[in-house]
Write a protein that binds this ligand. Structure first.
Ligand code: 5RP
Length: 232
């Protein structure tokens, strides 16, 4: 079996074939997105002209180190194509994202893009979302009240499980936008649209990691090659 890093690189390079000269790109976060950024850096070094909006400070830093031109979303608010990884993806191209903590900017950038290509290795494919804990970005104010409201909203949909504050070192993980993340181990999520709406209705929830109706197609790398999956 090919190693996971090689599969991520394969998916990244296949997605790069969809990048054209002059494009305005949304550039994702995570190890698969990093494989894409490194491959994009090679193309930029050999003459490809693009402008990119980074979905995290980490991505912005890597792009800068590879001389990939980065602008802000304020400077370039409409994008042609976002390319990003995912933690889980189902056959309808619904996703869980945010394992790397960049879900808010990733979702804003994806929504500002005409198309989104998701790059994953085969291990990210699931029939139903939920084995991966769902990241929920929350405001620090009233964190406990928000936690309880999320628990109640999920319970109303028949979802339980641990909801834990993401940590980094001795303290909480703080997102690029200064928020906290709760990781919710709901297990199988049969109705992600209903959960999305319920979470959005909780004051204190800034964004959640359910990405629905955003992916145009997914590039999935497996031992047998690269498959393009369109929405079912
Ligand atoms: C970051 C993300 C990433 O796309 C997701 O976590 C997948 O990461 P990786 O490619 O490292 O498996 O959503 O917030």
């Amino acid at each position: 079996m090919a190693n996971v890093a090689a599969l991520k690189d394969k998916a990244a390079r296949a997605a790069l074939e969809h990048v054209e000269d002059g494009m305005r790109l949304g550039i994702g976060t995570g190890s698969t997105a990093e494989a894409f950024i490194r491959a994009l850096g090679e193309r930029v070094a050999s003459g490809l002209r693009i402008s990119g909006v980074a979905t995290s400070e980490r991505t912005a830093k890597l792009c800068a180190s590879l001389d990939i031109p980065i602008v802000t979303l304020e400077e370039m608010p409409a994008l042609d194509l976002a390319i990003d990884g995912a933690d889980e993806i189902d056959p309808a191209l619904r996703m869980i994202k945010g394992g790397g903590g960049a879900l808010l900017r990733e979702k804003i950038v994806a929504a500002a893009s005409e198309r989104m290509i998701v790059i994953v290795d085969q291990a990210k494919q699931v029939e139903t979302l939920g084995a991966f804990p769902l990241p929920i970005e929350i405001n620090g104010f009233g964190m406990m009240a928000t936690y309880l409201a999320i628990q109640k909203a999920a319970a109303a949909l028949g979802l339980g499980g641990d909801i834990v504050l993401r940590k980094e070192g001795d303290g909480p993980f703080i997102t690029d936008s200064g928020h906290l993340i709760l990781d919710a181990s709901f297990g199988r999520i049969p109705d992600s649209e209903a959960l999305s709406a319920a979470l959005h209705a909780v004051p204190g929830v800034v964004e959640h990691g359910l990405f629905l109706d955003l992916a145009t197609f997914a590039v999935v790398a497996s031992d047998s090659g690269v498959t393009v999956i369109k929405r079912r």
